[in-house]
Design a binder for this molecule. Structure first.
Ligand code: PEP
Ligand code: MG
Length: 588
């Protein structure tokens, strides 16, 4: 941080996670609880206090209805159950009457009375051994935060309630928060924690919102309304930018715009290397709404559809029919290309309140993804049935996440076979030859790739997790983000091992982790023998340009040299040198 030129300008450096430059005023989002004042209310002021309470309830109700609408639009569903439970809390007569009694008899100010009573409700409910009632505790806590926020006039910092363009500054944003950001109004965000491969960062790239994470203590330095400039290419956040900085950025932005314009020209070309080798270049999506970007950016279909995003931000999991509708739309819009639907990957940094799962101490090593699905056929089977049904409407493939070895793959396929038998008996159509692959993101799967390759139809390497599990670096912890090394020699060896196993068995290998979108690493991945790259839609044109700028032959030479090189920084330097010599304008 520094006021370099004495103009009041402050610069902060963090980890650049989503490219782009934007200017807007700051919206500082605090989630920490502030103290709730306790006052005695004079008897003559009680009617006014009650009126304040009623106004706060009305405002909260309006806010919830608006949120409900926004969420329904964002996740493409009109399911009215979202936030219904919250609405019931603001309308709960027993709770409201108890608050009024406390104001009238104890002469407590209403926020204090409301907080006390809501806390008592939560405590009693959480002691009852019933998952449904325990879940209601979260609803009451959320609603009471909102009501108290209105009473204290603190709701100015709510995330989704602003009509003016802004840049969000927060300690953290969850993937669910990020999925709901309105890209027309949120021009960027900066958080104190997070890393490049957290799902929050991935979502920012999908939404094409410039973002920086790892901005330590930024919320203490930025005031609401401060003019900000966010540079998501270099990870620089500037508060109160000086006239000179703004001029510099105008020039920088023009250069970047020129690059973008040139990239538009190659939109309809194929991703073919200079020596004529075709690489499939597809896109990662979280929600069907992103299909517009997939098509606009010229991707060849969807290489990773993170199906779990449909399960976030709602109180009930989606039904089979609702899932089917989503998958069908994506399959149809992908034609003539294919979509690879990744089965549910809940856990880690993605939680689905609607699934009512117990918290874990070590969620990334816990009951995540395929493990959760195999334990819960009532969640897994509707999804498999929905995917099978959608396979009748286009080129649909499916893959399982977090596979650690062959037996898990076989168990998942046994459930798939049950679903197929049910659908046949019901006379429903589906593609009997649906291709099923696995994500290689657990080191044991990479090491046992030769065993898997005999039975699966394809491999898609999830480098985000493969790197975190191989190097033992939590992918969302900014304190150790510097240890997260895609070019670690061990990662190169694992990728090569997977490709060799795939080739020996006549199947293809893709990469769908964030490494696939880093143009500096494109030649390395091609040289290691990757057949498909899948990346966030906004990055597709850059990766295409990188592919077109190199020959497979030189990529192979790079990979061979890299495999003989001993440290990640030396390997990275080899990649940077080649990238700079071929497409310097894309290397930020
Ligand atoms: C990965 O791990 O690389 C991957 C693509 O899956 P996710 O980021 O959703 O965990
Ligand atoms: Mg993963």
């Amino acid at each position: 941080m520094g006021d370099a030129d004495g103009t009041g300008e402050l610069r902060f450096e963090g980890i650049a996670v989503a490219p782009g430059i934007a200017r807007a005023s700051a919206l500082v989002h605090h989630v920490e609880e502030e103290e709730i004042p306790c006052r005695k209310i004079a008897p003559e002021a009680i009617p006014a206090e009650i009126a304040r309470f009623e106004a706060a309830l009305i405002a909260t109700r309006a806010e919830l209805l608006e949120m409900q609408q926004k969420i329904a639009e964002a996740i493409g569903t009109s399911d009215a159950s979202i936030f219904d439970a919250h609405l019931l809390v603001v309308e709960d007569r027993t709770l409201i009457d108890e608050v009024l009694r406390s104001v009238e008899t104890e002469h407590h100010n209403v926020e204090f009375a409301f907080n006390l009573i809501a806390e008592r409700y939560c405590k009693s409910l959480s002691e009852i051994d019933d998952p449904y009632l325990r879940e209601r505790v979260v609803d009451i806590e959320d609603v009471s935060r909102r009501v108290i926020g209105h009473l204290l006039g603190r709701n100015g910092s709510r995330l989704h309630d602003h009509d003016e363009p802004h840049i969000i500054i927060a300690h953290n944003l969850t993937p669910s928060d990020t999925a709901l950001l309105n890209r027309a109004l949120v021009l960027g965000f900066g958080t104190e924690v997070g890393s490049k491969t957290s799902h929050t960062a991935i979502m920012a790239r999908s939404l094409d919102i410039p973002a920086i994470v790892g901005l330590h203590e930024i919320t203490a330095h930025i005031a609401p309304g401060d003019p900000l400039l966010i540079d998501g290419y270099r990870g620089i956040l500037i508060a109160r930018p000086s006239a000179e900085t703004l001029r510099e950025y105008e020039v920088y932005e023009r250069q970047k715009d020129l690059v973008e314009e040139r990239l538009e020209l190659i939109r309809d070309t194929t991703s073919t290397t200079a020596d004529g080798i075709n690489i499939t270049l597809s896109a990662n999506i979280e929600l069907p709404a992103e299909m517009d970007d997939v098509i606009e950016q010229g991707a060849e279909g969807v290489g990773l559809y993170r199906s779990e995003f449909l399960f976030l931000n709602r109180d009930e999991p989606p039904t089979e029919d609702e899932q089917y509708e989503h998958y069908r739309i994506v399959a149809e819009r992908c034609a003539p290309h294919s979509v690879i639907i990744r089965t549910l990957d809940i856990g880690g940094d993605k939680n689905a309140a609607g699934l009512d799962l117990p918290p874990e101490d070590n969620p990334f090593l816990g009951c995540r993804a395929i493990r959760l699905c195999l334990e819960h056929p009532e969640i897994f089977k509707p999804q498999l049935r929905a995917i099978l049904r959608a396979s009748a409407h286009g080129s649909v493939r499916m893959m399982y996440p977090m596979i650690s070895g062959l037996s898990e793959y076989r168990q998942a396929n046994a459930v798939l076979e049950e679903c197929k038998a049910e659908l046949r008996a019901e006379g429903r159509v589906f593609n009997e030859a649906l291709e099923v692959g696995v994500m290689i993101e657990v080191p044991s799967a990479a090491l046992a790739a030769d065993l898997l390759a005999r039975e699966v139809k394809f491999f898609s390497i999830g480098t985000n997790d493969l790197i975190q599990y191989s190097i033992a670096v939590d992918r969302v912890n900014e304190r150790i983000a510097h240890l997260y090394k895609p070019t670690h020699p061990a990662i190169l060896r694992l990728i090569r091992m997977v490709v060799d196993a795939a080739r020996a068995n006549g199947i293809w290998t893709g990469v769908c982790g964030e490494m696939a979108g880093d143009v500096v690493l494109t030649p390395l991945l091609l040289g290691l023998g990757i057949d498909e790259l899948s990346t966030s839609p906004a990055v597709v044109p850059r990766v295409k340009k990188a592919i077109q700028s190199v020959s497979l032959k030189e990529c192979q030479a790079l990979a061979e040299k890299a495999l003989q090189t001993h440290t990640s920084s030396e390997i990275l330097q080899l990649c940077v040198d080649l990238a700079r010599s071929r497409y310097d304008e894309l290397v930020s």
